[in-house]
Design a protein around this ligand. Structure first.
Ligand code: FES
Length: 102
C-alpha cells in the first residue's frame, strides 16, 4: 500500500538544494526547484552513485561518480552513462510539511 509520509519541512530544503532520505531500504531525495519540491530515487541507475551528493542546476541533477544527468521533475535520464530512468515519487506540501507518496 502506498501513502503520503512526511519527510521534511520546507525550511530544511532551500531553493536549489536537495536532501536524501532512507525509507524501508530504499533511498530517495527531495529537491527544491524554484520553490517546487520533487522526489526521485537517489541511487544512480548507472552504478549506484549517491545523486544527492551531486550537483543540482535548475531541474537537472548530475551524478557525482560518472556525470549521468537526470531531470529531477520526471526522473528521466538526460545524458551521460546511465540508461535507466530514476523512479519518481509523488510529492505534496501541506503547510510546511513535505510529504512523499511511498
Ligand atoms: S554511478 Fe552515476 S553516473 Fe555512474
Amino acid at each position: 500500500m502506498t501513502e503520503f509520509v512526511k519527510f521534511a519541512s520546507t525550511d530544511e530544503i532551500k531553493e536549489g538544494k536537495m536532501k536524501d532520505f532512507s525509507v524501508n531500504g530504499s533511498k530517495l531525495l527531495i529537491a527544491n526547484v524554484n520553490g517546487n519540491y520533487y522526489s526521485i530515487c537517489s541511487t544512480c541507475t548507472h552504478k549506484g552513485g549517491p545523486l544527492a551528493d551531486g550537483e543540482l542546476k535548475g531541474n537537472i541533477i548530475t551524478c557525482p561518480w560518472h556525470g549521468a544527468k537526470f531531470d529531477v521533475t520526471t526522473g528521466k535520464v538526460i545524458g551521460g552513462s546511465a540508461k535507466e530512468d530514476e523512479k519518481k515519487y509523488e510529492v505534496k506540501v501541506q503547510g510546511k510539511d513535505i510529504l512523499v507518496k511511498i
